[in-house]
Design a protein around this ligand. Structure first.
Ligand code: AMP
Ligand code: GLY
Length: 637
């Protein structure tokens, strides 16, 4: 099972009576807190709380020197560290090693932001008591004639008596209250608050998920994980500034990291005690991020690099398809420019796709209508660096394209949805190919016969990869061409599509943690997938000039995002940044707008209505106005 019991360490001293410690012990005993107390740490043998710890035979450690705390904690590696009367200063290095994992209780009302104020239940301003220790803090409530005293449970941060607030409690001050009488009552609430916070962190919404992706696909995943009751914090590498817009839960992004920064990502996982990583980007799969995380015992969704070879080595993938009788176009593999050119020259005529074998950000497939174009395309392969060293000439299939997505656990799979992308930049499928200009979910072309053929391809692929000793765990993307009712495999990708993910993921009703659990622990066969019946349309908004040259649009302001959101659509950011309070263009595909409806008509109507509310400074927004045209035609018939 994903997410077993959390490990907590409790730090005490001879200050205080250990009531918080006792409350936490009781919370664990009565199984309210889904955790194990792995150590009670004190700076002295004389701490009263140690008697309580010994009574329950809890492991105890005495750490008198503050310099020794970090090595001790590193060895224990608890999920959470609870300060419960600890009096030593926590050194910066300890904070750096356990970000958002050290809990503290403070006798005052800590605001959410440094310049904020907390309100008492009667609307008056509450007192922070920053820097005041217990008795002085309680005295300060009384001296200030405050109507309420209170406590805050928070994560420790570098700012003194501040940090992400986990919970607050209040106690009304009575006439004639002394420090003792007031604190006696407040203490009861403080103890309860500590337990409530730990119950929440360790059980229900205590999980931290890291999504490896920076675009709209990653944003759709962040949105879905945030909807899980079990998830309390989401991180994204590199993420983007719009990921926060669909959720109130904290989304922390790492804009300076790349998805292939394996060791930095591993460090984040260890430091933050990440419970689950979802690797959604192809280059990370190729680089072996999944392999590294698995070796380090971190639960991860995504294929190991050798299984992902089905995407990052198209020559290998075509041979694999041949070996396992997966219907595909005819192809030839070449290793030098000369070989390919000679081959083409010796043919009477050719119409083909020239494809770099390696990853090329979706730009590696070039259509060639004749011999001259084929030779030109072959010349371009060197542009892709190592990815173009090996390349393919493929039979040009004429038909209708769509893609299918399966959740795989290495042995079994379940199809989670279908989508139809629009690759060309302009309406009527004109202009150059892009990373995807818009998408519809569950396109009408997918009928019973097509479904059967798709299932057969997935079955052969999942079994084949298993037989090759490369079990595929994660989301498998199958891109196909339907030629006269027959499904042929154009490509596999070792991840969700972008923008296909944006129209399929929102329709999945299962908690994504349940799905992650099924993928990681081989339970896909028994997973009861629940999909809603809505049709979704994603419109991709690009900077004018994309995919050729949009350099003069970079940095321009984007207007109307909030207005569009108010109409009920989702917006998933991609090449977008927040500068001061403005969203600005940071990449070619700026964002994806997703609308849902009972049919294609309704979904399209909502999507285009919302998109009209948005623009880029200087009228520089571009999007296709005919997304879903095939389904629209079929629907009208
Ligand atoms: P890929 O880089 O393999 O994702 O291919 C990009 C796009 O090129 C596909 O989505 C198709 O539209 C087109 N394409 C690739 N290979 C073929 C082929 N053999 N026949 C026709 N179209 C193809
Ligand atoms: N939309 C195409 C892809 O994700 O590869």
């Amino acid at each position: 099972m994903l997410f077993s019991k959390k490990k907590i360490a409790i730090l005490i001293s001879d200050k205080g009576t250990g009531t918080n410690l006792q409350a936490i012990i009781d919370g664990v005993i009565f199984k309210k807190i889904n955790a194990k107390i792995i150590s009670v740490i004190s700076d002295t043998k004389d701490a009263f709380g140690l008697k309580r710890a010994k009574k329950y035979k809890l492991p105890v450690k005495i750490v008198p020197k503050k310099e020794d705390l970090l090595p001790t904690l590193k060895k224990l590696n608890p999920d959470y560290i609870c300060l419960a009367g600890w009096k030593q200063i926590i050194l910066e290095q300890v904070l750096d090693n356990f970000p958002n994992r050290i809990l503290n209780t403070h006798p005052g009302l800590i605001p959410d932001t440094l310049d904020g104020v907390v309100k008492n239940p009667d609307g008056t301003n509450a007192i922070w008591n920053k820097g005041k220790m217990t008795d002085k803090a309680i005295q300060n409530f009384i001296n200030s004639k405050s109507t309420y005293a209170g406590c805050t449970n928070h994560f420790l941060s570098h700012e003194f008596d501040f940090g992400p607030v986990l919970g607050r409690c209040f106690e009304k001050i009575k006439k004639g209250d002394t420090v003792k009488s007031l604190y006696r009552r407040l203490k009861v609430k403080e103890n309860k608050l500590y337990v409530d916070v730990l119950v929440r962190l360790c059980k229900k919404d205590g999980q931290k998920v890291l999504v490896v992706d920076g675009g709209g696909r990653g944003a759709a995943l962040v949105d879905k994980y945030a909807q899980s009751e079990k998830v309390f914090r989401i991180l994204a590498v590199p993420g983007n500034d719009l990921m926060q817009i669909n959720t109130k839960k904290e989304v922390k992004i790492f804009p300076n990291l790349k998805t292939t920064d394996i060791y930095e990502i591993l460090e984040i996982c260890k430091k933050e005690k990440i419970d689950l990583v979802d690797v959604a980007q192809d280059n990370a799969v190729e680089a072996g991020l999944v392999d590294t995380l698995m070796l380090n015992g971190i639960p991860v969704i995504g294929p190991i690099s050798s299984a992902g070879q089905i995407e990052w080595d198209k020559a290998w993938a075509r041979k694999f398809m041949g070996k396992y009788s997966i219907p595909a176009p005819k192809y030839q593999i070449f290793y030098t420019e000369k070989e390919g050119k000679e081959y083409v020259k010796n043919l009477p005529a050719i119409k083909c796709f020239v494809k770099a074998s390696g990853l090329a950000e979706g730009k590696g497939a070039i259509p060639a209508n004749n011999k001259e174009e084929a030779i030109n395309a072959i010349k371009q392969m060197s542009k892709f660096g190592r990815s173009g060293d090996t390349y393919l000439l493929e039979e040009w299939l004429k038909g209708e394209e769509f893609s299918a997505f399966a959740l795989c656990d290495g042995e079994n799979f379940q199809i989670v949805g279908y989508a139809q992308d629009h690759k060309r930049v302009f309406d009527q499928d004109l202009g150059p190919n892009t990373g995807g200009m818009g998408c519809v979910s569950n396109p009408l072309i997918v009928d019973k016969s097509i479904k059967k053929q798709v299932e057969e391809i997935f079955r052969k692929t999942v079994n084949g990869l298993k037989d090759e000793g490369r079990p595929y765990m994660g989301v498998l993307y199958l891109g196909v061409m339907v030629v006269k009712g027959k499904v042929l495999c154009l490509e596999f990708n070792a991840r969700w599509g972008d923008p296909e993910a944006q129209v399929i993921i929102p329709g999945v009703k299962n908690d994504f943690i349940e799905i992650a659990d099924a993928i990681i622990y081989g339970k896909i066969k028994n997973l009861k997938l629940k999909m809603d019946k809505q049709v979704r349309v994603a419109l991709t908004a690009t900077a004018k000039g994309y995919p050729v040259d949009y350099s003069d649009v970079k940095g321009k302001k984007i207007y109307g995002i909030e207005n569009a959101l108010r109409t009920g659509v989702k917006i998933y950011g991609a090449g977008i940044k927040k500068v001061n309070s403005n969203y600005v263009v940071a990449g070619g595909r700026v964002f994806h707008l997703v609308a849902e409806g009972k049919d294609i008509l309704e979904a399209r109507h909502k999507a285009y209505k919302a998109m009209k509310l948005i623009n880029i400074e200087g009228n520089n927004l571009h999007y296709r106005t005919d997304i879903g045209w095939r389904d629209l035609e079929r629907f009208k018939k």
